[in-house]
Structures are given as structure tokens and as C-alpha cells.
Write a protein that binds this ligand. Structure first.
Ligand SMILES: [Zn+2]
Length: 230
């Protein structure tokens, strides 16, 4: 690996994959103009052509009518599930002044994310609690932050930490707690094949990492959330 060129930020070198040197990106079809929605990107999207190569390499009948739009469709899927890299928490989290210093919990925010190890979907629910330190957040903005930050190839352990850190840095509460319960397709449909297995991850910041009482109140509030009737 050392002799074969520069490693990327994760310490890996693409040349370690057999045949990668022979890999050349496909020519761009001038009719393809699939911009991924992120501002300022004015280059043609090579993703559909790359996905077409993948299908071909797998021996799939890409001439079939079923596959006609598959490269574009799959490209849109991957763009959608990686849009969170452009998320701007400071723009998402609109705050208002408040003297409230009690626990506030937003629970059962459904999310979908991509497992970075298999590029398969995992998803479930996120619960976020915080104790304001002078400002509160518009309630719809919290699900928005969670769903945007989930739209990345990120492990669930880091997802809760990233949500908590973003929330802390923008809202500056006395503390916040984030927990996610997720089911992973890479666990359910392949490998050990445990469709019912779920993973819970937690990130505690500020007062929640210092005072166990706040964690208990947060956990009780999450439980009560399921009984909400409207
Ligand atoms: Zn996985």
C-alpha cells in the first residue's frame, strides 16, 4: 500500500483493490444531466454511467426494459442518501429565546441511513432531549436535523454523536441526549440474517453526562412518548 501512491483520509489506498488501475471512468453521455441538487454543482453526473458499468460487470441484462432507467434511478438513490454531507445545522435549527430550563424531548423521529460498511440501508427512530440554556428550537427543526444528518454513509454510533454535537454547537443548551434504535439490512438480510436484531446507540452531552437524573427523566419521557394520543 505504501509504495502504490497516496492513501486517502482513511488510510486506505484504492490501488489495493485488484484491477483498480485498469479502471477508467466511463465517458459521459451528453444527454445525461443528472445534477444532484446540491448548489453550485454544474458538472455532469458520472454516477449513472458508473452504475451501468456495475450492472454490466454483474452480468445483468442491461438491455432489458427493466434496466433502462435503473442507472439513473440508483444514482438518484445514492445522491439522496448522501445529501446530508451538505447539511448546515446552523441554518436548519431556528432558535427562539426562552427562560425554560426543563427537559424537552422530541421522540420517535424516523430516519434512514446508509451503513458505510455495506452501503445497505439501516433505519429506525431517534429521540432527542435537551435542557435549554436560554434558547429553544422550533419543534419541526429537530426531525429535520436528524433526517439530514442521517442521509450519509455513517455508522449509527457516530450518527447520534454527530446529531448531539451539531445540536450543542448551534443551540448551546445546558445539555442534550440523543438515542437511536435502528435495524440494519446488513444484519437482517445477509451474514448472520437476524431481521429482528436492533441496535441502540446513545450520545450524552453537558448536563446529561454529568447528572444521571436527567438521563432517567429522558428515558421516562421516551417511554411515555409512545402513549401520546391526539
Ligand atoms: Zn453494514
Amino acid at each position: 500500500m505504501e509504495a502504490n501512491g497516496k492513501a486517502n483520509g482513511n488510510g486506505h489506498d484504492l490501488a489495493e483493490f485488484a484491477g483498480i488501475e485498469a479502471f477508467t471512468l466511463p465517458r459521459i453521455d451528453p444527454k445525461l444531466n443528472l445534477l444532484n441538487g446540491s448548489k453550485g454543482v454544474q458538472q455532469q453526473d458520472r454516477l449513472p454511467a458508473i452504475i451501468a458499468m456495475l450492472l454490466k460487470e454483474l452480468g445483468l441484462e442491461i438491455q432489458s426494459e427493466h434496466f433502462r432507467d435503473t442507472p439513473k434511478r440508483v444514482a438518484r438513490f445514492y445522491r439522496e442518501f448522501t445529501r446530508g454531507y451538505g447539511a448546515k445545522p446552523a441554518e436548519i435549527l431556528k432558535t427562539f429565546p426562552s427562560s425554560n430550563q426543563e427537559l424537552i424531548v422530541v421522540s420517535d423521529v424516523e430516519f434512514f441511513s446508509l451503513c458505510p460498511h455495506h452501503l445497505l440501508i439501516y433505519g429506525g427512530r431517534v429521540h432527542l432531549g435537551y435542557v435549554p440554556g436560554g434558547r429553544i428550537v422550533g419543534v419541526s427543526k429537530i426531525p429535520r436535523l436528524i433526517q439530514e444528518l442521517a442521509a450519509r454513509a455513517v455508522v449509527q454510533e457516530d450518527l447520534v454523536a454527530d446529531i448531539a454535537d451539531a445540536f450543542m454547537s448551534v443551540v448551546k443548551p445546558l445539555g442534550c441526549a440523543v438515542t437511536a434504535v435502528g435495524k440494519h439490512d446488513c444484519v437482517a438480510a445477509r451474514g448472520v440474517r437476524c431481521p429482528e436484531a436492533s441496535m441502540t446507540t446513545v450520545a450524552l452531552r453537558g448536563i446529561f453526562s454529568e447528572d444521571e437524573n436527567y438521563v432517567q427523566r429522558f428515558n421516562r419521557a421516551i417511554g411515555q412518548g409512545h402513549e401520546c394520543v391526539r
